[in-house]
Design a protein around this ligand. Structure first.
Ligand SMILES: [Ca+2]
Ligand SMILES: [Ca+2]
Length: 602
Protein backbone atom coordinates (compact mmCIF):
# COMPACT_ATOMS: atom_id res chain seq x y z
CA UNK A 1 0.00 0.00 0.00
CA UNK A 2 2.81 2.38 0.95
CA UNK A 3 4.18 2.06 -2.50
CA UNK A 4 1.10 3.38 -4.27
CA UNK A 5 0.56 6.19 -1.79
CA UNK A 6 3.96 7.55 -2.76
CA UNK A 7 2.93 7.34 -6.37
CA UNK A 8 -0.35 9.14 -5.72
CA UNK A 9 1.30 11.86 -3.70
CA UNK A 10 3.82 12.39 -6.44
CA UNK A 11 0.99 12.65 -8.94
CA UNK A 12 -1.03 14.99 -6.73
CA UNK A 13 1.96 17.31 -6.46
CA UNK A 14 1.81 17.96 -10.17
CA UNK A 15 -0.07 20.71 -11.86
CA UNK A 16 -0.26 18.47 -14.90
CA UNK A 17 -3.34 16.39 -15.48
CA UNK A 18 -2.26 12.78 -15.91
CA UNK A 19 -5.65 12.07 -17.49
CA UNK A 20 -5.06 14.36 -20.43
CA UNK A 21 -1.82 13.41 -22.06
CA UNK A 22 -2.14 15.97 -24.86
CA UNK A 23 -2.54 18.79 -22.37
CA UNK A 24 0.19 17.19 -20.34
CA UNK A 25 2.58 17.27 -23.26
CA UNK A 26 1.80 20.81 -24.32
CA UNK A 27 2.12 22.10 -20.82
CA UNK A 28 5.32 20.17 -20.35
CA UNK A 29 6.68 21.59 -23.54
CA UNK A 30 5.83 25.15 -22.51
CA UNK A 31 7.47 24.62 -19.16
CA UNK A 32 10.48 23.13 -20.87
CA UNK A 33 10.85 26.14 -23.11
CA UNK A 34 10.42 28.56 -20.21
CA UNK A 35 12.91 26.77 -18.03
CA UNK A 36 15.33 26.16 -20.80
CA UNK A 37 15.44 29.80 -21.91
CA UNK A 38 16.51 30.89 -18.43
CA UNK A 39 18.75 28.12 -17.19
CA UNK A 40 19.40 28.30 -13.48
CA UNK A 41 22.04 26.14 -11.88
CA UNK A 42 20.41 24.31 -9.01
CA UNK A 43 21.88 23.02 -5.79
CA UNK A 44 22.30 19.27 -5.50
CA UNK A 45 19.33 17.83 -3.65
CA UNK A 46 18.86 14.33 -2.39
CA UNK A 47 15.07 14.24 -2.42
CA UNK A 48 13.01 15.22 -5.42
CA UNK A 49 10.45 17.97 -5.04
CA UNK A 50 7.75 18.70 -7.61
CA UNK A 51 10.10 21.32 -9.05
CA UNK A 52 13.05 19.06 -9.67
CA UNK A 53 11.91 15.62 -10.70
CA UNK A 54 14.61 15.56 -13.36
CA UNK A 55 17.83 17.44 -13.82
CA UNK A 56 19.34 18.06 -17.22
CA UNK A 57 23.11 18.24 -17.40
CA UNK A 58 24.83 19.99 -20.28
CA UNK A 59 28.50 20.50 -19.62
CA UNK A 60 28.67 22.54 -16.42
CA UNK A 61 25.08 23.61 -16.75
CA UNK A 62 22.39 22.07 -14.59
CA UNK A 63 18.71 22.65 -15.18
CA UNK A 64 15.83 21.23 -13.16
CA UNK A 65 12.44 20.16 -14.49
CA UNK A 66 9.23 19.22 -12.78
CA UNK A 67 8.59 16.39 -15.24
CA UNK A 68 10.80 13.99 -17.12
CA UNK A 69 8.95 14.93 -20.30
CA UNK A 70 9.92 18.57 -19.90
CA UNK A 71 13.57 17.61 -19.56
CA UNK A 72 13.31 15.34 -22.60
CA UNK A 73 11.72 18.10 -24.64
CA UNK A 74 14.55 20.46 -23.69
CA UNK A 75 17.33 17.97 -24.40
CA UNK A 76 19.99 18.43 -27.06
CA UNK A 77 22.66 16.01 -28.31
CA UNK A 78 25.13 15.12 -25.55
CA UNK A 79 22.76 15.99 -22.71
CA UNK A 80 22.27 13.72 -19.72
CA UNK A 81 18.90 13.74 -17.94
CA UNK A 82 18.95 12.29 -14.43
CA UNK A 83 15.70 11.46 -12.68
CA UNK A 84 15.63 11.71 -8.88
CA UNK A 85 14.66 8.67 -6.81
CA UNK A 86 10.90 8.35 -6.40
CA UNK A 87 7.77 6.97 -7.99
CA UNK A 88 6.12 9.21 -10.55
CA UNK A 89 2.90 8.93 -12.49
CA UNK A 90 4.32 9.86 -15.83
CA UNK A 91 4.82 8.52 -19.31
CA UNK A 92 7.42 9.91 -21.66
CA UNK A 93 7.26 10.44 -25.42
CA UNK A 94 10.52 10.79 -27.31
CA UNK A 95 9.35 11.69 -30.80
CA UNK A 96 11.59 12.89 -33.60
CA UNK A 97 14.28 13.70 -31.06
CA UNK A 98 17.80 12.81 -32.05
CA UNK A 99 21.20 12.70 -30.49
CA UNK A 100 24.24 11.94 -32.59
CA UNK A 101 26.69 9.04 -32.72
CA UNK A 102 29.24 11.03 -30.73
CA UNK A 103 26.70 12.75 -28.53
CA UNK A 104 23.78 10.52 -27.64
CA UNK A 105 21.13 11.78 -25.25
CA UNK A 106 20.97 9.85 -22.00
CA UNK A 107 17.91 9.51 -19.77
CA UNK A 108 18.80 7.71 -16.57
CA UNK A 109 18.01 7.12 -12.92
CA UNK A 110 20.10 9.41 -10.73
CA UNK A 111 20.41 6.78 -8.03
CA UNK A 112 18.25 4.37 -6.07
CA UNK A 113 14.84 3.36 -7.35
CA UNK A 114 13.23 5.57 -9.94
CA UNK A 115 9.81 4.42 -11.07
CA UNK A 116 7.80 5.84 -13.93
CA UNK A 117 4.28 4.51 -13.56
CA UNK A 118 2.07 4.63 -16.65
CA UNK A 119 -1.11 3.74 -14.78
CA UNK A 120 -4.13 5.95 -14.12
CA UNK A 121 -3.31 7.19 -10.59
CA UNK A 122 -6.98 7.67 -9.68
CA UNK A 123 -7.69 3.94 -9.89
CA UNK A 124 -4.75 3.19 -7.58
CA UNK A 125 -6.40 5.16 -4.74
CA UNK A 126 -8.33 3.11 -2.18
CA UNK A 127 -11.20 3.64 -1.86
CA UNK A 128 -12.19 5.51 -5.01
CA UNK A 129 -15.51 6.28 -6.66
CA UNK A 130 -14.48 5.80 -10.26
CA UNK A 131 -16.22 2.47 -10.86
CA UNK A 132 -20.01 2.43 -11.41
CA UNK A 133 -22.01 -0.80 -11.35
CA UNK A 134 -23.58 -1.99 -14.61
CA UNK A 135 -26.84 -3.88 -14.98
CA UNK A 136 -25.15 -7.21 -15.68
CA UNK A 137 -23.04 -7.34 -12.54
CA UNK A 138 -19.92 -5.71 -13.97
CA UNK A 139 -18.43 -2.31 -13.14
CA UNK A 140 -17.46 0.41 -15.56
CA UNK A 141 -15.13 3.38 -15.48
CA UNK A 142 -13.94 5.97 -17.95
CA UNK A 143 -10.18 5.55 -18.25
CA UNK A 144 -8.09 7.65 -20.62
CA UNK A 145 -6.21 6.00 -23.46
CA UNK A 146 -3.46 7.59 -25.54
CA UNK A 147 -2.44 5.22 -28.29
CA UNK A 148 -3.85 3.39 -31.29
CA UNK A 149 -7.49 2.86 -30.36
CA UNK A 150 -7.63 -0.80 -31.32
CA UNK A 151 -4.73 -1.60 -29.01
CA UNK A 152 -6.38 -0.42 -25.82
CA UNK A 153 -7.85 -3.85 -25.38
CA UNK A 154 -4.71 -5.84 -24.65
CA UNK A 155 -3.75 -3.80 -21.56
CA UNK A 156 -3.62 -6.05 -18.52
CA UNK A 157 -4.80 -4.65 -15.20
CA UNK A 158 -2.41 -5.21 -12.31
CA UNK A 159 -3.76 -5.76 -8.83
CA UNK A 160 -1.40 -4.99 -5.97
CA UNK A 161 -0.94 -8.68 -5.20
CA UNK A 162 -1.16 -11.80 -7.30
CA UNK A 163 -1.22 -12.33 -11.07
CA UNK A 164 -2.43 -9.90 -13.71
CA UNK A 165 -6.14 -9.76 -14.35
CA UNK A 166 -7.28 -11.05 -17.73
CA UNK A 167 -7.75 -8.47 -20.48
CA UNK A 168 -10.56 -9.92 -22.58
CA UNK A 169 -10.99 -9.38 -26.29
CA UNK A 170 -14.38 -11.02 -26.83
CA UNK A 171 -17.43 -9.85 -24.84
CA UNK A 172 -18.53 -13.47 -24.54
CA UNK A 173 -15.26 -14.47 -22.86
CA UNK A 174 -15.61 -11.48 -20.54
CA UNK A 175 -19.13 -12.47 -19.54
CA UNK A 176 -18.00 -16.06 -18.87
CA UNK A 177 -14.80 -14.90 -17.12
CA UNK A 178 -13.05 -17.73 -18.94
CA UNK A 179 -9.69 -16.70 -17.44
CA UNK A 180 -11.10 -15.43 -14.18
CA UNK A 181 -11.45 -11.83 -12.98
CA UNK A 182 -10.75 -9.37 -15.74
CA UNK A 183 -11.51 -6.41 -17.93
CA UNK A 184 -12.99 -5.51 -21.29
CA UNK A 185 -11.69 -2.22 -22.64
CA UNK A 186 -13.11 -0.42 -25.62
CA UNK A 187 -11.43 2.93 -26.11
CA UNK A 188 -11.87 4.90 -22.90
CA UNK A 189 -14.57 2.60 -21.49
CA UNK A 190 -13.18 -0.01 -19.15
CA UNK A 191 -15.39 -2.69 -17.66
CA UNK A 192 -14.28 -5.04 -14.91
CA UNK A 193 -15.79 -8.15 -13.33
CA UNK A 194 -14.81 -10.37 -10.46
CA UNK A 195 -16.29 -13.87 -10.07
CA UNK A 196 -17.62 -12.93 -6.63
CA UNK A 197 -18.96 -9.54 -7.77
CA UNK A 198 -16.40 -7.68 -5.65
CA UNK A 199 -16.51 -3.88 -5.74
CA UNK A 200 -13.37 -2.64 -7.59
CA UNK A 201 -13.59 0.76 -5.83
CA UNK A 202 -12.08 -1.00 -2.82
CA UNK A 203 -9.09 -2.29 -4.82
CA UNK A 204 -5.91 -0.55 -5.86
CA UNK A 205 -5.74 -1.35 -9.58
CA UNK A 206 -3.12 -0.25 -12.07
CA UNK A 207 -4.30 0.36 -15.63
CA UNK A 208 -1.97 1.74 -18.29
CA UNK A 209 -3.34 4.85 -19.98
CA UNK A 210 -0.90 5.16 -22.86
CA UNK A 211 0.68 2.67 -25.18
CA UNK A 212 4.10 2.82 -23.53
CA UNK A 213 5.72 4.23 -20.42
CA UNK A 214 8.56 5.40 -22.65
CA UNK A 215 7.80 5.72 -26.35
CA UNK A 216 10.50 6.25 -28.95
CA UNK A 217 9.24 7.31 -32.36
CA UNK A 218 11.61 8.41 -35.12
CA UNK A 219 14.20 8.81 -32.38
CA UNK A 220 17.93 8.25 -32.74
CA UNK A 221 20.93 7.94 -30.47
CA UNK A 222 19.30 7.60 -27.08
CA UNK A 223 20.38 5.75 -23.96
CA UNK A 224 17.67 4.84 -21.45
CA UNK A 225 19.21 3.51 -18.26
CA UNK A 226 18.32 2.25 -14.79
CA UNK A 227 14.64 3.19 -14.63
CA UNK A 228 11.79 1.00 -13.49
CA UNK A 229 8.86 1.26 -15.91
CA UNK A 230 5.44 0.06 -14.85
CA UNK A 231 2.04 -0.33 -16.43
CA UNK A 232 2.45 0.58 -20.07
CA UNK A 233 -0.73 -0.08 -22.03
CA UNK A 234 1.07 -2.06 -24.75
CA UNK A 235 4.67 -2.03 -23.56
CA UNK A 236 6.99 -0.60 -20.96
CA UNK A 237 9.19 0.64 -23.82
CA UNK A 238 7.83 0.93 -27.37
CA UNK A 239 10.03 1.75 -30.35
CA UNK A 240 8.18 2.98 -33.41
CA UNK A 241 8.65 4.76 -36.70
CA UNK A 242 12.21 4.71 -37.97
CA UNK A 243 14.21 4.66 -34.80
CA UNK A 244 17.84 3.71 -34.45
CA UNK A 245 20.71 3.56 -32.01
CA UNK A 246 18.48 3.10 -29.01
CA UNK A 247 20.21 1.51 -26.03
CA UNK A 248 18.07 0.20 -23.17
CA UNK A 249 20.23 -0.63 -20.16
CA UNK A 250 19.41 -1.95 -16.72
CA UNK A 251 15.69 -1.23 -16.96
CA UNK A 252 13.07 -3.02 -14.92
CA UNK A 253 9.79 -3.49 -16.78
CA UNK A 254 6.66 -4.71 -15.02
CA UNK A 255 2.94 -5.01 -15.56
CA UNK A 256 2.74 -4.21 -19.28
CA UNK A 257 1.34 -6.40 -22.03
CA UNK A 258 4.81 -6.56 -23.64
CA UNK A 259 7.99 -5.55 -21.87
CA UNK A 260 10.04 -4.02 -24.69
CA UNK A 261 8.47 -3.91 -28.14
CA UNK A 262 9.42 -2.54 -31.50
CA UNK A 263 6.66 -1.98 -33.98
CA UNK A 264 6.18 -5.13 -36.09
CA UNK A 265 7.02 -4.97 -39.77
CA UNK A 266 10.25 -4.08 -41.56
CA UNK A 267 9.99 -0.40 -40.73
CA UNK A 268 13.67 0.46 -40.68
CA UNK A 269 14.47 0.23 -36.97
CA UNK A 270 18.13 -0.58 -36.52
CA UNK A 271 20.90 -0.61 -33.94
CA UNK A 272 18.77 -1.53 -30.96
CA UNK A 273 20.42 -2.75 -27.75
CA UNK A 274 18.67 -4.31 -24.77
CA UNK A 275 21.19 -4.96 -22.02
CA UNK A 276 20.81 -6.21 -18.44
CA UNK A 277 17.10 -5.47 -18.24
CA UNK A 278 14.62 -7.26 -15.97
CA UNK A 279 11.39 -7.81 -17.81
CA UNK A 280 8.76 -9.44 -15.65
CA UNK A 281 5.04 -9.90 -15.87
CA UNK A 282 2.73 -11.89 -13.71
CA UNK A 283 0.75 -13.79 -16.28
CA UNK A 284 -1.56 -16.22 -14.52
CA UNK A 285 -0.10 -19.71 -15.07
CA UNK A 286 -3.58 -21.20 -14.71
CA UNK A 287 -4.87 -19.70 -17.97
CA UNK A 288 -5.58 -22.28 -20.65
CA UNK A 289 -3.16 -22.13 -23.55
CA UNK A 290 -6.01 -22.25 -26.06
CA UNK A 291 -7.24 -18.88 -24.79
CA UNK A 292 -4.27 -17.33 -26.62
CA UNK A 293 -5.95 -18.18 -29.91
CA UNK A 294 -9.60 -18.25 -28.88
CA UNK A 295 -9.95 -14.86 -27.19
CA UNK A 296 -8.78 -12.85 -30.21
CA UNK A 297 -10.00 -10.89 -33.22
CA UNK A 298 -7.68 -11.69 -36.10
CA UNK A 299 -5.63 -14.68 -34.91
CA UNK A 300 -2.57 -13.39 -36.81
CA UNK A 301 -2.68 -9.95 -35.25
CA UNK A 302 -0.84 -10.19 -31.95
CA UNK A 303 -2.22 -6.83 -30.91
CA UNK A 304 -5.69 -8.33 -30.90
CA UNK A 305 -4.59 -11.21 -28.66
CA UNK A 306 -4.46 -10.03 -25.06
CA UNK A 307 -2.97 -13.30 -23.79
CA UNK A 308 -0.08 -13.23 -26.23
CA UNK A 309 2.20 -10.55 -24.81
CA UNK A 310 5.96 -10.96 -25.34
CA UNK A 311 8.77 -10.00 -22.97
CA UNK A 312 11.16 -8.64 -25.58
CA UNK A 313 9.76 -8.24 -29.08
CA UNK A 314 12.31 -6.82 -31.49
CA UNK A 315 12.01 -6.54 -35.23
CA UNK A 316 15.07 -4.59 -36.37
CA UNK A 317 18.53 -5.00 -37.86
CA UNK A 318 21.80 -4.78 -35.91
CA UNK A 319 20.42 -5.87 -32.58
CA UNK A 320 22.08 -6.91 -29.34
CA UNK A 321 19.98 -8.46 -26.58
CA UNK A 322 22.24 -9.50 -23.72
CA UNK A 323 22.11 -10.28 -20.02
CA UNK A 324 18.38 -9.80 -19.58
CA UNK A 325 15.94 -11.75 -17.45
CA UNK A 326 12.46 -12.32 -18.81
CA UNK A 327 9.64 -14.05 -16.95
CA UNK A 328 5.88 -14.39 -16.83
CA UNK A 329 4.86 -13.84 -20.46
CA UNK A 330 3.20 -15.77 -23.28
CA UNK A 331 6.44 -15.72 -25.34
CA UNK A 332 9.71 -14.76 -23.71
CA UNK A 333 11.25 -13.16 -26.80
CA UNK A 334 10.46 -12.80 -30.47
CA UNK A 335 13.34 -11.46 -32.53
CA UNK A 336 13.43 -10.84 -36.26
CA UNK A 337 16.01 -9.16 -38.45
CA UNK A 338 19.56 -9.18 -39.71
CA UNK A 339 22.80 -9.20 -37.66
CA UNK A 340 21.43 -10.13 -34.29
CA UNK A 341 23.18 -11.32 -31.14
CA UNK A 342 21.02 -12.71 -28.35
CA UNK A 343 23.24 -13.82 -25.50
CA UNK A 344 23.35 -14.66 -21.79
CA UNK A 345 19.66 -14.08 -21.17
CA UNK A 346 17.54 -15.99 -18.70
CA UNK A 347 14.00 -16.73 -19.81
CA UNK A 348 11.58 -18.49 -17.49
CA UNK A 349 7.91 -19.01 -16.65
CA UNK A 350 6.71 -18.85 -20.22
CA UNK A 351 3.29 -19.99 -21.41
CA UNK A 352 4.30 -20.66 -25.01
CA UNK A 353 7.76 -20.13 -26.59
CA UNK A 354 10.95 -19.18 -24.76
CA UNK A 355 12.00 -17.48 -27.98
CA UNK A 356 10.45 -17.21 -31.42
CA UNK A 357 13.04 -17.05 -34.17
CA UNK A 358 10.38 -16.97 -36.82
CA UNK A 359 10.88 -14.62 -39.70
CA UNK A 360 10.97 -14.57 -43.48
CA UNK A 361 13.98 -12.22 -43.52
CA UNK A 362 16.27 -13.13 -40.62
CA UNK A 363 19.98 -13.57 -41.31
CA UNK A 364 23.17 -13.72 -39.24
CA UNK A 365 21.37 -14.46 -36.01
CA UNK A 366 23.26 -15.81 -33.01
CA UNK A 367 21.27 -17.20 -30.10
CA UNK A 368 23.88 -18.27 -27.58
CA UNK A 369 24.62 -18.86 -23.90
CA UNK A 370 21.00 -18.35 -22.94
CA UNK A 371 19.03 -20.28 -20.39
CA UNK A 372 15.38 -21.16 -20.81
CA UNK A 373 13.38 -22.95 -18.14
CA UNK A 374 9.77 -23.53 -17.22
CA UNK A 375 8.75 -22.87 -20.81
CA UNK A 376 6.24 -24.86 -22.84
CA UNK A 377 8.43 -24.61 -25.96
CA UNK A 378 12.08 -23.62 -25.79
CA UNK A 379 12.96 -22.30 -29.25
CA UNK A 380 10.46 -21.98 -32.08
CA UNK A 381 11.92 -21.99 -35.59
CA UNK A 382 8.75 -22.03 -37.59
CA UNK A 383 9.39 -20.50 -40.99
CA UNK A 384 12.83 -19.05 -40.43
CA UNK A 385 14.56 -17.81 -43.60
CA UNK A 386 17.05 -17.24 -45.13
CA UNK A 387 19.55 -17.65 -42.27
CA UNK A 388 22.14 -18.42 -41.19
CA UNK A 389 20.98 -18.82 -37.60
CA UNK A 390 23.47 -20.15 -35.05
CA UNK A 391 22.05 -21.62 -31.86
CA UNK A 392 24.75 -22.68 -29.40
CA UNK A 393 25.69 -23.09 -25.75
CA UNK A 394 22.10 -22.71 -24.60
CA UNK A 395 20.47 -24.61 -21.75
CA UNK A 396 16.85 -25.27 -22.52
CA UNK A 397 14.33 -26.95 -20.22
CA UNK A 398 10.91 -27.49 -21.78
CA UNK A 399 9.52 -28.52 -18.42
CA UNK A 400 6.44 -26.41 -18.00
CA UNK A 401 3.24 -28.32 -17.60
CA UNK A 402 0.79 -26.02 -19.33
CA UNK A 403 -2.99 -26.02 -18.90
CA UNK A 404 -4.20 -26.52 -22.46
CA UNK A 405 -7.96 -26.43 -22.50
CA UNK A 406 -10.80 -27.44 -20.26
CA UNK A 407 -11.65 -30.55 -22.26
CA UNK A 408 -10.46 -34.09 -21.77
CA UNK A 409 -6.99 -35.59 -21.55
CA UNK A 410 -5.24 -32.62 -23.10
CA UNK A 411 -5.96 -30.68 -19.94
CA UNK A 412 -2.34 -30.29 -18.93
CA UNK A 413 0.68 -31.20 -21.01
CA UNK A 414 4.35 -30.53 -21.59
CA UNK A 415 5.81 -29.11 -24.79
CA UNK A 416 9.20 -29.46 -26.47
CA UNK A 417 12.63 -27.84 -26.63
CA UNK A 418 12.59 -27.21 -30.36
CA UNK A 419 9.64 -26.51 -32.59
CA UNK A 420 10.13 -26.37 -36.31
CA UNK A 421 7.95 -26.70 -39.32
CA UNK A 422 5.28 -24.78 -41.04
CA UNK A 423 2.48 -23.20 -39.09
CA UNK A 424 2.74 -20.44 -41.62
CA UNK A 425 5.17 -19.36 -44.37
CA UNK A 426 7.52 -21.51 -46.43
CA UNK A 427 9.40 -23.38 -43.68
CA UNK A 428 12.75 -23.00 -42.01
CA UNK A 429 16.28 -23.30 -43.34
CA UNK A 430 19.97 -22.74 -42.71
CA UNK A 431 20.12 -23.23 -38.97
CA UNK A 432 23.06 -24.67 -37.05
CA UNK A 433 22.18 -26.05 -33.62
CA UNK A 434 25.27 -27.13 -31.68
CA UNK A 435 26.69 -27.46 -28.18
CA UNK A 436 23.32 -27.03 -26.47
CA UNK A 437 21.75 -29.03 -23.68
CA UNK A 438 18.08 -29.72 -24.23
CA UNK A 439 15.86 -31.25 -21.59
CA UNK A 440 12.18 -31.94 -22.20
CA UNK A 441 9.61 -33.69 -20.13
CA UNK A 442 8.02 -34.73 -23.41
CA UNK A 443 9.53 -34.44 -26.92
CA UNK A 444 12.81 -32.64 -27.45
CA UNK A 445 11.86 -31.78 -31.03
CA UNK A 446 8.52 -31.48 -32.74
CA UNK A 447 7.33 -30.17 -36.04
CA UNK A 448 4.13 -30.07 -37.94
CA UNK A 449 3.96 -33.26 -39.94
CA UNK A 450 7.00 -33.61 -42.23
CA UNK A 451 7.30 -29.94 -42.86
CA UNK A 452 10.04 -28.77 -45.18
CA UNK A 453 13.13 -27.72 -43.33
CA UNK A 454 16.44 -27.48 -45.05
CA UNK A 455 20.10 -27.17 -44.13
CA UNK A 456 19.69 -27.85 -40.44
CA UNK A 457 22.73 -29.14 -38.61
CA UNK A 458 22.51 -30.70 -35.17
CA UNK A 459 25.97 -31.26 -33.71
CA UNK A 460 27.22 -31.99 -30.18
CA UNK A 461 23.93 -31.39 -28.41
CA UNK A 462 22.68 -33.28 -25.39
CA UNK A 463 19.06 -34.36 -25.75
CA UNK A 464 17.35 -35.68 -22.62
CA UNK A 465 13.68 -36.52 -22.34
CA UNK A 466 11.37 -38.02 -19.73
CA UNK A 467 8.62 -38.47 -22.29
CA UNK A 468 5.71 -37.48 -20.10
CA UNK A 469 2.77 -36.18 -22.05
CA UNK A 470 0.19 -34.99 -19.58
CA UNK A 471 -0.87 -34.91 -15.97
CA UNK A 472 -2.47 -38.35 -16.33
CA UNK A 473 1.10 -39.69 -16.64
CA UNK A 474 0.79 -40.72 -20.29
CA UNK A 475 4.09 -41.33 -22.07
CA UNK A 476 4.96 -39.86 -25.44
CA UNK A 477 6.17 -42.66 -27.76
CA UNK A 478 8.74 -40.55 -29.60
CA UNK A 479 11.65 -38.41 -28.50
CA UNK A 480 12.44 -36.67 -31.81
CA UNK A 481 9.37 -36.24 -33.96
CA UNK A 482 11.18 -35.67 -37.24
CA UNK A 483 14.83 -35.61 -38.22
CA UNK A 484 14.47 -33.88 -41.57
CA UNK A 485 16.23 -35.45 -44.52
CA UNK A 486 19.81 -35.77 -45.68
CA UNK A 487 18.80 -34.80 -49.22
CA UNK A 488 17.61 -31.45 -47.84
CA UNK A 489 21.01 -30.71 -46.34
CA UNK A 490 20.20 -31.89 -42.82
CA UNK A 491 22.98 -33.35 -40.66
CA UNK A 492 22.98 -35.02 -37.24
CA UNK A 493 26.32 -35.81 -35.65
CA UNK A 494 28.02 -35.96 -32.27
CA UNK A 495 24.82 -35.67 -30.25
CA UNK A 496 24.14 -37.52 -27.03
CA UNK A 497 20.65 -38.94 -26.53
CA UNK A 498 19.05 -40.09 -23.32
CA UNK A 499 15.43 -41.06 -22.97
CA UNK A 500 13.74 -42.62 -19.99
CA UNK A 501 10.39 -43.50 -21.61
CA UNK A 502 9.43 -47.18 -21.46
CA UNK A 503 9.88 -48.76 -24.90
CA UNK A 504 10.44 -45.31 -26.33
CA UNK A 505 11.21 -44.58 -29.97
CA UNK A 506 14.24 -42.34 -30.35
CA UNK A 507 13.61 -41.07 -33.88
CA UNK A 508 10.34 -40.89 -35.66
CA UNK A 509 10.98 -41.05 -39.43
CA UNK A 510 14.76 -41.14 -39.35
CA UNK A 511 15.80 -39.42 -42.58
CA UNK A 512 12.17 -39.35 -43.62
CA UNK A 513 11.77 -43.14 -43.56
CA UNK A 514 11.68 -45.58 -40.67
CA UNK A 515 11.01 -45.08 -36.97
CA UNK A 516 14.01 -46.26 -34.96
CA UNK A 517 14.21 -47.04 -31.27
CA UNK A 518 17.93 -46.72 -30.72
CA UNK A 519 20.92 -44.97 -32.17
CA UNK A 520 22.51 -48.35 -32.94
CA UNK A 521 19.49 -49.29 -35.04
CA UNK A 522 19.60 -45.92 -36.78
CA UNK A 523 23.23 -46.41 -37.77
CA UNK A 524 22.34 -49.70 -39.43
CA UNK A 525 20.32 -47.74 -41.92
CA UNK A 526 23.77 -46.79 -43.23
CA UNK A 527 23.46 -43.05 -43.44
CA UNK A 528 26.26 -40.59 -42.95
CA UNK A 529 24.63 -39.39 -39.73
CA UNK A 530 25.77 -39.82 -36.15
CA UNK A 531 29.12 -41.52 -36.66
CA UNK A 532 30.16 -39.68 -33.47
CA UNK A 533 26.84 -39.76 -31.62
CA UNK A 534 26.03 -41.79 -28.55
CA UNK A 535 23.11 -42.94 -26.49
CA UNK A 536 23.88 -42.69 -22.78
CA UNK A 537 23.01 -40.99 -19.51
CA UNK A 538 24.92 -37.69 -19.70
CA UNK A 539 25.57 -37.82 -15.93
CA UNK A 540 24.93 -34.24 -14.98
CA UNK A 541 26.66 -33.31 -11.73
CA UNK A 542 23.28 -32.26 -10.36
CA UNK A 543 19.92 -32.68 -12.03
CA UNK A 544 16.41 -31.68 -11.01
CA UNK A 545 13.69 -33.26 -13.14
CA UNK A 546 10.95 -31.40 -11.27
CA UNK A 547 8.42 -29.23 -13.07
CA UNK A 548 9.81 -25.85 -14.02
CA UNK A 549 13.29 -26.47 -12.57
CA UNK A 550 16.28 -24.61 -13.95
CA UNK A 551 19.36 -26.77 -14.34
CA UNK A 552 23.04 -25.97 -14.76
CA UNK A 553 23.61 -29.15 -16.79
CA UNK A 554 27.26 -29.27 -15.75
CA UNK A 555 28.83 -32.68 -16.38
CA UNK A 556 30.16 -34.93 -13.67
CA UNK A 557 33.80 -36.08 -14.15
CA UNK A 558 32.67 -39.51 -15.36
CA UNK A 559 30.19 -38.16 -17.94
CA UNK A 560 30.33 -39.91 -21.32
CA UNK A 561 29.78 -36.48 -22.90
CA UNK A 562 33.27 -35.29 -21.99
CA UNK A 563 35.65 -35.04 -24.96
CA UNK A 564 33.13 -37.04 -27.01
CA UNK A 565 31.90 -34.41 -29.46
CA UNK A 566 32.62 -34.02 -33.15
CA UNK A 567 34.72 -31.13 -34.44
CA UNK A 568 32.58 -28.14 -35.32
CA UNK A 569 32.78 -26.52 -38.72
CA UNK A 570 35.43 -23.84 -38.60
CA UNK A 571 33.08 -21.04 -39.66
CA UNK A 572 30.63 -21.64 -36.83
CA UNK A 573 30.95 -19.07 -34.06
CA UNK A 574 31.47 -20.32 -30.51
CA UNK A 575 31.66 -18.47 -27.21
CA UNK A 576 33.81 -21.13 -25.55
CA UNK A 577 37.40 -21.95 -26.38
CA UNK A 578 37.78 -25.67 -26.16
CA UNK A 579 41.24 -25.61 -24.64
CA UNK A 580 41.87 -29.35 -24.85
CA UNK A 581 40.92 -29.42 -28.55
CA UNK A 582 38.30 -32.09 -27.75
CA UNK A 583 34.78 -30.71 -27.58
CA UNK A 584 32.49 -32.09 -24.93
CA UNK A 585 28.88 -32.71 -25.89
CA UNK A 586 26.36 -30.22 -24.52
CA UNK A 587 26.34 -26.58 -23.46
CA UNK A 588 28.91 -26.78 -20.68
CA UNK A 589 32.50 -27.54 -21.63
CA UNK A 590 33.76 -29.20 -18.49
CA UNK A 591 37.18 -27.56 -18.27
CA UNK A 592 36.10 -24.02 -19.14
CA UNK A 593 34.63 -21.28 -16.98
CA UNK A 594 31.39 -20.15 -18.63
CA UNK A 595 29.89 -16.72 -18.59
CA UNK A 596 26.34 -18.13 -18.76
CA UNK A 597 23.14 -16.42 -17.68
CA UNK A 598 22.09 -16.21 -14.07
CA UNK A 599 18.69 -17.17 -12.82
CA UNK A 600 18.35 -15.03 -9.76
CA UNK A 601 15.61 -12.64 -10.77
CA UNK A 602 11.88 -13.32 -10.72
CA1 LIG B 1 4.54 -18.20 -29.79
CA1 LIG C 1 36.79 -31.15 -23.70
Amino acid sequence: MTFYRISILAAAGLTLAACDSQLHREEAQTKAQEQHSTPQPSATQEAATPQDRAVLLRGDLKNSFSTVQAAVDAAQPGDVIRVHPGTYSETVRIVGKQGTADQPITLEAKSGTVVLDGADPGLQIVPNQRWKPTEDGAWESVVPWAGPLERAQVTPVSPEEGPLLAAYHLPQKFSELSRGAGTLRVGTRLRIRFPDGKDPNAESLSVGISEAVVLFEDAEHWVLRGLELRHGGNAAVAIKGKSSNISLEGLTCRGSWCGIATEPGPNGNHDIRVLDCHVANRMNPAWHWTEGYEDVGDKKNEFEAPVRGTGILVEADQVEIRGNTVSGFWDGMAVRGVDIDIAENTISDIHDDGIELECGRSANVRFRDNRISNAFVGISLVSQQPGPVYIYRNRVSANREDPMDAKGPKFRRYGYCLKMGVDWGPGAQNVAIYQNTFYAKRLVLWDKEMAVWKDFRFVNNIFVSDGMKNDAGEEEAYMIWNTGMEKNGVLWNGNLYHQTRPGGILFRKWNGAADVKTLAAARQLCLGWEAAGREADPEFSTFDSGRGASNEFALSPSSPAINAGAQLLSDWPDSVRVTDGKPDIGAVESDVQHKGASNEFH
